[in-house]
Design a protein around this ligand. Structure first.
Ligand code: GLY
Length: 368
């Protein structure tokens, strides 16, 4: 990475820290922090009044958002509504970032992470490195409601799920196994795994640690705001593809992969979990909104901080982070916003009429 870019990022952090302090003392004033090379953020979108509103990552469109909205209309608790929506994606073998069909760890074992949070009570529940249960979000709700704990991991989480009658199954689908074997057989020429002759002519996959067809840090996040102003959210994932067995990402960690507070709003994340674990990112987005930032601007501000602290090995030659990371924020007034580190992606939004994907900016848009 060039010193120039590094210096620029450090400068941006200092400016940002000052800008943040200014925001704390003068809530609601214009944020004057230095911007990165991304386009100016779009305005936060406000719905008429408050809820019901459902937002989420793009893979929540339309099924998960539609389901959550349908349940909110029936006065279902917002945490139950978002989990019912997420269950549909956890059940879908075509989504390789979550639940059944998720990409496995380096040993070919699918280990799932999920958490829920209730903005009214501040209560949360989570499971990490859970094997053989396709709906970790449903187990996470039970951790919140039926234990005195917040997080259960590995074998303990599985035993708890068993105690509640969850069905056990092999979560590694044939397609996910094919993708994993391709990684095993091609990511190094210094081991004993060999690609079948028939596949050798196939285009070599680049195993850079960025999201692509055969590698994912993908995840699903959904948050809901009821007509009465209650907020609930959930994040669920199969985690980083080919991770070390036992690796836990941000998704089951309150404050990292999700956070919500009825007084302010919610935030959830997809992408490189380690970055959120190091920066308490979702908590920080909510706190910046508490101090007056619009949802999208709060997301961009946390991305700037993450970028400025990224290790050199995770940076492009021009200093932009190699990895993607996305935040989805919902404010208690029904406004919402999202932003990503590298990809100009979107946010799924159901405002009561239909679920749409709305464009969201990237801090360092990938040049194509
Ligand atoms: N955000 C998903 C993970 O890093 O595990």
């Amino acid at each position: 990475m060039s010193n120039t870019r590094r210096d620029f990022l450090r400068g941006a952090v200092s400016a940002t820290a000052l800008g943040c302090a200014a925001t704390i003392t003068a809530m609601g004033q214009q944020d004057n922090t230095e911007k990165s090379r991304s386009a100016a953020p779009t305005q936060a979108k406000a719905t008429a009044g408050r809820g019901p509103v459902v937002i989420g990552s793009v893979n929540a469109h339309p099924a998960a958002c539609d389901k959550a909205m349908e349940l909110l209309r029936q006065n279902t608790h917002p945490v139950d509504a978002v989990v019912a929506g997420i269950n549909l994606v956890e059940d879908d073998p075509k989504d390789h970032s979550v639940g059944y069909g998720g990409l496995p760890n380096e040993e070919g074992v699918v280990q799932l992470d999920s958490a829920v949070m209730d903005g009214k009570t501040g209560k949360a529940g989570a499971v990490a490195a859970l094997e053989r249960i396709k709906n970790p979000s449903s187990v996470a709700i039970l951790v919140m409601r039926r234990t005195d704990h917040v997080l259960l991991v590995g074998e303990g989480a599985l035993r708890f799920a068993r105690a509640h009658g969850f069905e056990e199954m092999n979560l590694l689908t044939p397609e996910a196994r094919r993708i994993w074997l391709e990684w095993k057989e091609t990511h190094s020429d210094k081991d004993d795994w060999i690609r079948p002759e028939a596949d050798k002519a196939a285009k070599k996959t680049s195993w850079r640690r960025v999201d692509g067809e055969n590698f994912t840090t993908g995840t699903i996040h959904v948050a809901a705001l009821t007509a009465g102003g209650d907020i609930g959210c959930c994040t669920s994932t199969s985690g980083l593809s080919y991770k070390l067995p036992g690796r836990v990402g941000d998704s089951p960690i309150i404050g990292a992969g999700l956070y919500c507070d009825n007084e302010v709003g919610s935030c959830g994340s997809t992408g490189r979990g380690e970055a959120n674990l190091q920066n308490c990112s979702s908590f920080l987005v909510v706190e910046l909104m508490r101090q007056g930032r619009a949802p999208e601007e709060a997301c961009l501000e946390v991305l700037r901080r993450v970028a400025a602290k990224a290790e050199p090995r995770l940076l492009e030659d021009d200093g932009a982070p190699l990895f993607d990371l996305r935040f989805y924020a919902l404010r208690k007034d029904g406004s919402y916003g999202a932003a990503g580190m590298r990809k100009e992606g979107g946010i799924a939004v159901h405002d009561g009429t239909e679920c749409k994907v709305i464009k969201a900016p990237a801090l360092y848009p990938t040049k194509s």
